[in-house]
Design a protein around this ligand. Structure first.
Ligand code: TYD
Length: 155
């Protein structure tokens, strides 16, 4: 997991139930999401020009969906940067652990829906970009996963 790359982050197309009176999309554990959802949260009323994210997770997997409107997700794995535009409520971006992400360019009224594999745990966050780079560097130079704790980098 620690050697994850931006290319491990993929778009999952969720099924659409089309009707004249509107569409319905279902996201179901295991069936079309490659993890069990244990938490759901959503971002909304993001002011123009604001960005969110700016962190990585050590264990958490997420499916990020533009439930309304559009925004960009910028992914970085320590080497490669990749920008994914989300603008369809039936497309989810799978973000695996060990990826730095920033969300920006939110359209007015957009809603960023996030399905997450774990309960909220601040200890799972890497919030400093320098910490992230050190952590990824560790993963490249060591066979065994480093035990990363804040302020305690592997050397
Ligand atoms: P954070 O994940 O930093 O938001 P973003 O990356 O979108 O900017 O979370 C913002 C705040 O909300 C932070 O203080 C932690 C809190 N929070 C929870 O309490 N529970 C949650 O499930 C999440 C995602 C955040």
């Amino acid at each position: 997991m620690i050697k994850s790359s931006v290319y491990d982050c993929s778009i999952i197309e969720l099924p659409i139930n089309h009707r004249d009176k509107g569409n319905l999309t279902v996201a179901e554990n295991v069936k079309n999401i490659p993890f069990n959802v244990r938490r759901v949260y959503y971002l909304y009323d993001v002011p123009a020009g604001e960005s969110r994210g700016g962190h990585a997770h050590m264990e958490l997997k997420q499916l990020i969906i533009a439930a309304s409107g559009s925004f960009n997700v910028v992914l970085f794995d320590g080497k490669v940067r990749r920008t994914v535009t989300l603008n369809r409520p039936f497309n989810g971006l799978l973000v695996v652990p060990g990826i730095w992400r920033e969300l920006d360019d939110f359209s007015s009224g957009s809603v960023c829906l996030v399905l997450a594999s774990c309960k909220y745990d601040e200890n799972d966050y890497i919030r400093e970009f320098g910490d992230f780079l050190k952590w990824k560097q560790c993963s490249i130079t060591q066979n065994a996963p480093p035990t990363f704790t804040k302020g305690n980098y592997c050397v």
